[in-house]
Design a protein around this ligand. Structure first.
Ligand code: FAD
Length: 492
């Protein structure tokens, strides 16, 4: 009899368990009480993972063996037969399955089928590189998978249409006014998950709320289809804008089903490309979406492995401030700055805010305040519904905190209130003034930008991309007063 296939909660799609190789195999899923207790996580994230596994078990019927146990090892031991497994998505899980292989509990470890590019092909691409440029990786992905290509050339001669994708929030509108995303309807499986989470003696992070993301392959397909038909055309232009009364804007909300392995990344980009070829979405939007999925997402995944375990501990900016309790505990009501309060509220109430609040509000704040990048990484992993171990080092340590000293991004993403005022509509109603760096209503991002620039003046002065910030800082007549004010800042 064929060995059962053991799958994790981020390997739930048919491209994992129902390929010709596995279609007749028993599928084993494990709900480990120990794993749930070990690290605190947002309640809605745990809901999504359990709901996804339980929905799949129901779908597979007799093919599924669903085991609730203290540990993964105990669960597999209780089967009494060795299993096969696909490569897991974290070093810890990989080490576990290797140990279990040594002990005869795992018969074979197969390559992971939930990303477009294999780990071996990435290793060939990376070779001995020390610096990585996403644009080069992305172009090779386009060529390799023949996405938006006309023979050897990119469609319409353009690899990168980012310049067309930088619109500010539309004036005079409270929302982007685009069709709604696909929303799930909860069922009895969700009810049971909710009851079980209530009964567990665990203090979950964040608030409970209705399920907002797809947890089955069928739901993921519906979410993709709705996005491509109704929202992809406005995805590109407003990708970088933030609106206080519109938390989804034109984003796809596909990170959860993609990261749970419910949707294959190439299926998502093929659907987007088809919309362009059918004349239903402009190239800039489609290219922007393709770039996120086969560019950024795959890049982040492969660099998690390639950059090694120590990468996650890098702290080149010497940032050692512990996360303040209001930030760690998502206490949005303790925060005055409208943008920061709104972003924290989004994390508390949904475990999700889009890319710009993650990078330019939460990450920017953390960078300016010198929060410890390791602690911050754990905070993002625990609190975001799409937060998995592999996604964090490049996004948090590299992109957001520049803690790798420039391996991923050529400059730190610190910006003052002027940027936030331009790209969001938060500043109008805010008690702080983005133009002010001194005084009771000085914007913490504006003043924080100068304090950050001063703290890192040597590094920033030596980088052609940031040296002008240091020259501008040197011309500020009130710099000493700003620095003194920021040393004692208590209100954000
Ligand atoms: P869209 O804006 O619609 O983008 C489409 C898809 O592109 C996403 O679903 C996602 O799968 C992919 N994508 C785009 N950028 C990235 C990226 N930088 N890394 C990985 N995938 C990307 N993404 C996560 O999946 N999990 C996280 O925990 C996570 N944490 C982040 C933390 C920080 C500090 C930053 C700067 C980014 C983080 N991202 C994370 C990337 C990105 O912000 C989210 O993927 C995106 O906001 C999810 O919403 P969406 O599905 O509507 O994405």
């Amino acid at each position: 009899m064929a060995a059962p296939l053991w799958i994790f909660a981020d390997q739930l799609g048919p491209h994992v368990h129902s390929t010709p190789e596995h279609v007749d195999r028993e599928v084993v899923m494990v709900e480990s009480a120990g794993a749930l207790r070990r690290r605190p996580a947002h309640r809605q994230k745990v809901h999504l993972l359990l709901s996804g596994m339980r929905h799949l078990a129901a779908e597979l019927g007799d093919r599924a063996t669903y085991i609730k146990a203290e540990t993964y090892r105990e669960a597999i031991e209780s089967l009494g037969r060795p299993v096969i497994v696909h490569e897991p998505t974290s070093r810890a899980a990989e080490a576990l399955v290797r140990r279990m292989q040594d002990d005869g509990l795992v018969e074979k470890i197969l390559p992971i089928p939930t990303f477009a590019l294999s780990r071996a092909d990435f290793a060939d691409w990376a070779g001995n590189k020390k610096k990585f440029i996403m644009e080069n990786f992305y172009r090779d992905q386009r060529r390799r998978f023949d996405i938006l290509m006309e023979g050897e050339l990119p469609t319409a001669g353009a690899w990168n249409l980012d310049v067309e994708n930088r619109e500010k929030p539309p004036k005079g509108q409270r929302t982007l006014d685009v069709p709604a995303p696909w929303w799930p309807t909860e069922d009895e499986i969700d009810d049971t998950v909710r009851t079980d989470l209530d009964a567990m003696d665990i203090e979950w992070l964040g608030e409970d709320g209705p399920r907002l993301f797809a947890v089955t392959a069928d739901e993921a397909q519906q979410a993709l289809t709705t996005f491509v038909a109704d929202r992809l055309d406005t995805f590109g232009p407003y990708e970088d804008a933030v609106m206080a009364d519109d938390w989804t804007m034109s984003h796809s909300l596909l990170s959860v089903p993609l990261n749970m392995g419910l949707l294959h990344p190439l299926d998502a980009v093929h659907a987007a490309e088809q919309a362009y070829r059918d004349g239903n979405a402009p190239l800039a939007s489609v290219e922007g979406f393709v770039r996120q999925i086969i560019g950024w997402r795959e890049y982040v995944w492969h660099l998690y492995w390639h950059l090694g375990e120590d990468y996650a501990n890098r702290n080149e900016m010497g940032a050692h401030t512990p996360l303040p309790s209001w930030f760690a505990d998502l206490d949005a009501d303790a925060v005055t700055a409208a943008c920061l309060s709104d972003a924290l509220r989004g994390v508390r109430d949904r475990g999700w805010v889009h890319h710009i609040p993650r990078l330019m509000i939460l990450g920017n704040h953390a960078l300016q305040q010198g929060y410890d990048p390791r602690e911050l990484t754990d905070w993002y992993t625990a609190n975001f519904v799409d937060g998995f171990t592999w996604v964090m080092p490049v996004n948090v340590v590299g992109m957001s905190q520049h803690a790798d000293g420039g391996v991923i991004a050529s400059k730190p993403y610190s910006s003052g209130g002027a940027y936030i005022d331009k790209m969001t509509n938060h500043c109008k109603g805010c008690a702080f003034d983005p133009k002010k760096r001194l005084g009771d209503d000085a914007c913490p991002f504006t003043a924080g930008y100068w304090a950050f620039t001063h703290r890192h003046r040597e590094r920033l002065g030596g980088n052609p991309r940031t040296s002008r910030a240091v020259s501008s800082m040197n011309r500020l007549k009130d710099l000493d007063a700003v620095l003194e004010q920021e040393r004692h800042r208590e209100s954000f």
